[in-house]
Structure formats: structure tokens, C-alpha cells
Ligand binder design. Structure first.
Ligand code: ZN
Length: 234
């Protein structure tokens, strides 16, 4: 297809890329609303596609990582999980875990690069006013809502046959609505707990409304159903 006609397709809307914390993100903008979206683990392709499809039909600003793997390979070949980079402490521990043979100066370089624009990236992700930030993830091995129950303040398991599909929220008002849905939901709104560098912990700490929509890889219809429910009810 000729480049000019490709750009003329209206449903692509405004699009561009940004670099943040050593990773690249595609920015998808549609209309104007306080809703923000994040796709951050590059190999969770069901979530990536769910977000792209959602933003062809609903307004919001989405940040979608441009990466084929779960982890980012940064300076000096250091590997880190981008959902562990939202605090200095979390990133440090993650670098130690994923690069056991690396020297301190190699890991320090990544810590410095991420520290440079961590806060400006978080500001981009933070919705204005009482807006909502939605993150989309997929799981492939083992991880399910059961792993979150013990560290959650409230739990609603309406779909025990599908424990890999669930929502994690930080706002008690959102939890009150989500527990009326047919889905599994947990509330983790209190700051504290283990400082793991995840976005959910940071948003809980800052009192930002955040919902993580988690589904098994390949469970596209299930993930879309949760995203649609959030769209209509939160
Ligand atoms: Zn993920």
C-alpha cells in the first residue's frame, strides 16, 4: 500500500511513539476523555490487541509498548521487567534477580536512565481529575487471582471456573461496582505491602483509580468482555 493512502485511513487517528524509561511506546489517542490505558509486557499479545481494538471504538489515550518480549533489554545488556520499574527499589531488586552475574555499574546505568524520565512517564499515565487508568495483562503459566487473594483487602470470586481471568483495582468505589460484575475482582487500594515497583502499587500509593484487566494468553473474548464491562460501568 502506498504510504500516503495508509496515512489517510481515518481510524488510525493521531499516532506517534515515545521513549520512556528505556522502552518505546506507541501512543494511541482517540477523542478526549480522562481515561488512560497501558500495555507494558510486549509478549502479552492478546492484551495488546484488545487495547488497540478498544481504542478504535472508545476514547482515551493508550500507551502500548513496542517490544516482542516481556522484559526490556537496556544499557549494557541489562534485562528488566518494565512493570517493576515504577520505583527505584523495585527496579533495583528486579535487576539483581534477572542479571545475577552483572556488575553494579552496569545495573546502575539502567537505574539512572529509568530515573531520568520515570516521573514524567508516570505523569503521562496518570489520568486527570478522577479519571481511570486501565492496564492490560496476560498470564501464561500458573498465575491467577488466587495469588492475589492473601494480599488483597477485598475479594469477589464470581467466576471460580476461570481464575486466570480477573480484575485488580485500587479504588474502593470501583471495587463496589466491579463486584456486581460476573468477573473475579480484588481490591488492593492501601499503600504499603511489598515495594515491588509495579504500577498498581504506585497508583494505590498515590490514590489514583487503577484497574488491571488480567486474562490468560489467547483469551481474547474474555479480556474484551472485562474491558467492555469497565467501559460501560466505571
Ligand atoms: Zn503483564
Amino acid at each position: 500500500m502506498e504510504r500516503r493512502s495508509f496515512l489517510a485511513l481515518p481510524w488510525f487517528g493521531r499516532r506517534k511513539e515515545i521513549k520512556a524509561c528505556g522502552a518505546r511506546f506507541r501512543v494511541i489517542r482517540r477523542g478526549s476523555t480522562a481515561r488512560r490505558y497501558l500495555f507494558i509486557h510486549g509478549d502479552e499479545t492478546t492484551a495488546r490487541d484488545a487495547l488497540a481494538a478498544h481504542l478504535t471504538a472508545h476514547d482515551g489515550i493508550g500507551y502500548s509498548v513496542l517490544n516482542g518480549k516481556r522484559t526490556i533489554t537496556g544499557a549494557h545488556g541489562m534485562v528488566y521487567d518494565p512493570n517493576r520499574m515504577f520505583s527505584e527499589e523495585g527496579l533495583r531488586r528486579n535487576l539483581d534477580r534477572l542479571n545475577p552475574k552483572a556488575e553494579d555499574w552496569q545495573k546502575r546505568a539502567v537505574l539512572e536512565i529509568v530515573a531520568q524520565d520515570r516521573e514524567s512517564f508516570v505523569r503521562r499515565l496518570t489520568p486527570p481529575g478522577k479519571g481511570l487508568l486501565v492496564a492490560l495483562h496476560n498470564n501464561a503459566r500458573g498465575y491467577s487471582v488466587k495469588d492475589e487473594v492473601a494480599i488483597s483487602e477485598e475479594v469477589s470470586l464470581q467466576d471460580e471456573a476461570h481464575l486466570h481471568e480477573f480484575l485488580l483495582c485500587t479504588d474502593p468505589g470501583d471495587f463496589a461496582k466491579l463486584k456486581t460484575s460476573p468477573f473475579n475482582v480484588v481490591l488492593q487500594g492501601k499503600p504499603g505491602g511489598e515495594e515491588d515497583g509495579s504500577l498498581s502499587r504506585l497508583m494505590a500509593k498515590r490514590g489514583i483509580r487503577y484497574v488491571n484487566i488480567e486474562a490468560g494468553i489467547g483469551k481474547a473474548a474474555e479480556q474484551k468482555a472485562m474491558l467492555d464491562w469497565v467501559q460501560s460501568n466505571l
